[in-house]
Structure formats: C-alpha cells, structure tokens
Write a protein that binds this ligand. Structure first.
Ligand SMILES: NC(=O)c1ccc[n+]([C@@H]2O[C@H](COP(=O)([O-])OP(=O)(O)OC[C@H]3O[C@@H](n4cnc5c(N)ncnc54)[C@H](O)[C@@H]3O)[C@@H](O)[C@H]2O)c1
Ligand SMILES: O=P(O)(O)OC[C@H]1O[C@H](O[C@H]2[C@H](O)[C@@H](O)[C@@H](O)O[C@@H]2CO)[C@H](O)[C@@H](O)[C@@H]1O
Ligand SMILES: [Mn+2]
Length: 454
C-alpha cells in the first residue's frame, strides 16, 4: 500500500465522463486524498476542450491539487499511483460505424454487444496493452489501473492473455446502475443491498438481492412484471437515463423476466435474447452514438465554450453511479478496505461450471492486492450454455486480434448469438474491415492476402 496523497492519471482525459469522475473524486477527497490529477489523451485538441471544465471542478474544491494536461505518456504516468482508464478507441465516429454496419444487415448494432462490440474490441485490445506498458515503464511499481474502457469483457481477456501480470481491475457501472434502480423500487439506499450475481460483463444475472439478510428479489419480480426495472424518478436520478433508448432498455427487463423469472438479468441481455425486437425498433440512420453526440457530448462542449467566454460553468455533466463506483473501487484498493463490489475477474472457480481462466463478472472483496472473488457455485445449464457461447465468441475475437486471423474473427462473429448465419457474419465483418482500415492493419492484410472466403 502506498501513502496518500496520491497521483492519479486519467487515460482518455478527453472523455465526456471526465468532469463527472473528477467531481466524484472531489466530493470524496477525505476518503481518497489527491496530490495531483493528470489528464492523458492521444487527442490533445479534444482534451484541451474538456480540461478547463475539469480544472474548474478541481479548484471549486481544492487550491492545492496539481493539475496536469498532457499527450505525453511519460509526463502522464511517471510516479502515478492510480490510473483510471476510459479510452474510446476510434471515438464516436467509429462507435457510429459499429452500430450502423450490423443494422444494415438486419443485425443488432450496439456499442459493446454483437458485431459492434467485437469490432470495438478489435480496436481496443492493443491500445489497452500499450497503456499497461506505459504504466509499467513510468508509474509506481504497485500502481493500479482501474479500467472502464469498453468492451470491458474483451479488453479484460486481451490483457489477461497479453499482460497477465499487469495490475488492472476491469469494472462496469451497469450492475451498480441496476442496483440503484432496485434500491429506488425497494425504498432502500443502493449501498444497503448485498447482491449475488454471475456472468460475463454485460451478460449476467442477479440471483439474490439481500437487504439486512432478507432476499427482496420476490418483491422486485412483482414490480418488474408491471414496469420493468424502472421507477418514475429514474430520469431524475440519472438524466442520461431519460433518453428514450435507456427507458426502453430498463423496460425490457420485464419481457425477459416474463419468460425466465428465476434471475434478474443484466439489461444488456436484451440484445442477445430479443435481437429481432431490438432491430425492428431501431432507426438505422440514428443510433445511440448520434443520441450521445447530440446529447451528452454537445451539452458538455457547449458548456465548455460558455465557460471560456463568461467564466461561468453551466450545469452540464452528471455525477452519478459511474463516478461514485470507480472512486469506491479505488478507495478499497488504496486502503485494503475489502469492500464487496461486482467486478470483472479471472474465474478461478468462482463460477464452478465455467472455465477456470474465463474473465467473469461476480462479487469480489477488493483488497490492496486486488479482487478476491466470491464463490457463486455452479449455474444452471441454460445460463451456462449461453455464457459458454458468448465466452467463446469473445475469446476467439481476442485470438483474432493477437494472430491477425481473419478466420478466427469470422468464427467470433458467427458464434455471437446476435448473428443469425455465417453469411451475415462474413458480410458484416467484411464491411467492418473496410470501415476500420486505420485500426486493424494485420486483419486488413490477412483479408487482402486471400485468407477470407471470397
Ligand atoms: N465499463 C463501463 O461500464 C463504462 C461506462 C461508461 C463508459 N464506458 C467507456 O468509457 C469510455 C469513454 O466513453 P465516452 O463516451 O466518454 O467517450 P469519449 O469519446 O468522449 O472519450 C474517450 C476518449 O478516449 C480517447 N482515446 C482514444 N484512444 C486513446 C488512447 N489510445 N489513449 C488515450 N486516450 C485515448 C479519445 O481521444 C477520447 O477523448 C468508453 O470506452 C466507454 O465505452 C464504460
Ligand atoms: O450509450 P451511453 O454512452 O450513454 O452509455 C453506454 C454505457 O452504458 C452503461 O453505463 C451507464 C450506466 O449504466 C448509467 O448508470 C450511467 O452512469 O450512465 C452510464 C452510461 O450511460 C454501461 O455500463 C457502459 O458499459 C456503456 O458504455
Ligand atoms: Mn458497462
């Protein structure tokens, strides 16, 4: 354990989430003391728009914290104790392609699920490995990378294979957001819930929701049977979730639980269990990437411009579970708090009937040496089979990235539950190879060399 105050670097400093995360850090300074915050991004121009907003958030709370903005990895990571990663490789321009290309073929178009998630994975694994190498070279020997960069399941598997000793903890805010909604439905603060959960990232199920030792899942089932995992005030607790696509996502917990009431699904299972419904109701010319560019990003950029002109910063970003969760996890790592959080870890028997080395999402006690997963036992055949298929798709994608193998990429796309046939898989993959010409040099070459089925 190192002594506070800490040096914290944020990789993907130009992210729309940076001001919210920094605000969360500022309100928790007593728990997580900071000497310096550094923003690091490969897009200096984008980061320079966000940086003044971040600096204002810091100065509203502290005059002493040093603030550094850089595109130089040595400056960013030298002596750092913690690195928060939130890189979107290819930015929203490529997210739009990830979503729109599959839709053109009648297949789910999503940031982290289906072919879109696989494409995003192919772009992100190697930059994430590069980040691990920067941190190993420049940062404190015991530094932790807490990673939000998506697609988290694939990123986690890629790092496990390529940098098995890196101190990286991959996290996702979706289970915590679901717990926030559960808490609102039950009239209980989300911190009072203790849940059991098993699965992969964006592909798992809550099996118990304990409040003071009592399982409240039966009560939640009754609410969900009427409204989904949605409360009337959900839009106020998280403005982003008043966007139509999020409201629909929370509602879709109902049809899933109407069919399979035993466990409460992660909302992302809608893309795998009801893909036709999703595709039918999605506008192929205006996807979530457009909604975000016209919403969250536009609002933040406009506020940054107004602040530059007037010196007054409008209320332009949200401090919700996303920021709170990463700070909670960092505190537990920093001070060996052993708090129980849902995180992405190597299985090592936590889910008895999944492979030992699979990267799974389960509750774990977060110690200063990393997560200690809680045993969830064996899962039913239905869930095990769904999980194995998804795991195989993601693992093949990682192998495709490492080996530059077209064949393995095609297998990964074909195995994904969102993709109906091998012909769909090939048509989407080939379009994606074109669209990702700046990102997948090896795969481009394999494709040109004729490894692809013509
Ligand atoms: N795990 C989760 O549950 C969770 C939740 C929310 C967001 N996210 C992820 O957080 C990330 C940020 O999301 P956003 O919507 O704010 O995106 P954004 O495009 O606003 O910000 C991402 C930033 O990353 C930068 N970047 C890209 N490649 C980089 C590299 N190699 N090194 C350093 N910086 C790099 C971009 O230039 C950009 O400024 C995404 O990966 C998103 O999927 C994850
Ligand atoms: O479409 P986006 O960019 O708005 O969100 C995609 C991310 O969605 C999840 O994170 C949510 C979170 O669940 C919610 O509570 C709030 O904090 O906003 C987040 C962003 O909307 C998901 O877990 C991420 O992996 C996605 O990237
Ligand atoms: Mn997530």
């Amino acid at each position: 354990m190192f002594k506070p105050p800490f040096i914290l670097s944020i990789a993907g400093g130009g992210s729309t989430y940076t001001p919210g995360i920094v605000k969360s850090l500022m309100v928790r300074l007593a728990d997580f003391p900071l000497a310096e915050i550094r923003l690091y991004d490969i897009d200096g121009e984008r980061q320079s728009v966000i940086a003044p907003v971040v600096e204002k958030v810091i100065r509203d709370h502290s005059q002493s914290i040093k603030f550094t903005v850089t595109t130089d990895p040595e400056v960013a990571f030298s002596g750092a104790h913690f690195v928060f990663a939130q890189m979107r490789v290819g930015q929203y321009k490529m997210r739009e392609q990830d979503e729109k290309i599959p839709l053109r073929h009648g297949v789910v178009g999503q940031e982290t699920c289906g072919p879109g998630g696989l494409a995003y994975g192919l772009r992100t694994i190697l930059p994430m490995v590069e980040l691990c190498d920067f941190v190993e070279r420049y940062a404190n020997q015991k530094a932790w990378i807490v990673n939000y960069s998506n697609p988290a399941a694939i990123v986690a598997e890629g790092v496990r294979r390529l940098r098995p000793n890196a101190r990286v903890l991959n996290i996702c805010d979706m289970p915590v957001a679901a717990m926030r909604n559960m808490g609102a439905i039950l009239g209980v603060d989300r911190h009072k819930l203790e849940v059991d959960y098993f699965g992969l990232n964006h592909f798992g199920w809550f099996t118990r929701v304990l409040v003071d030792g009592e399982d409240r899942l039966p009560e939640l089932r009754r609410h969900i049977a009427k409204f989904g995992l949605l409360t009337e005030d959900a839009a106020q607790t998280d403005p982003q979730h008043s966007d139509p696509s999020w409201v629909k996502t929370w509602r879709h917990i109902k049809p899933i639980m109407d069919h399979f009431p035993e466990f409460l699904p992660n909302p992302y299972l809608q893309y795998y269990l009801m893909p036709n419904d999703i595709v039918e109701h999605q506008n192929p010319d205006y996807t979530r990437a457009n909604e975000v560019m016209d919403g969250r990003e536009k609002k933040l950029f406009a506020a940054a411009a107004e602040y530059k002109q007037t010196g007054i910063l409008p209320d332009a970003f949200h401090v919700g579970v996303h920021g709170a969760f990463i700070v909670d996890v960092a505190c537990s790592l920093a001070f060996d708090l052993r708090q129980r959080h849902l995180v992405i870890v190597e299985n090592k028997g936590a889910i008895a009937n999944l492979p030992y080395d699979a990267m799974v999402e389960v509750p774990a006690y977060i110690t200063s040496e990393g997560p200690e997963p809680v045993r969830m036992g064996a899962v039913p055949l239905f869930h095990q089979t769904l999980l194995m298929q998804q795991l195989a798709s993601e693992q093949l994608l990682v192998e495709a990235t490492i080996e530059g193998s077209y064949e393995k990429a095609l297998q990964a796309f074909t195995l994904n539950r969102t993709v109906p046939t091998m012909q769909h898989a090939k048509a989407i993959l080939d379009d994606m190879i074109e669209a990702n010409r700046d990102y997948w040099p090896q795969l481009q070459q394999a494709w040109k060399d004729g490894e692809a089925v013509k």
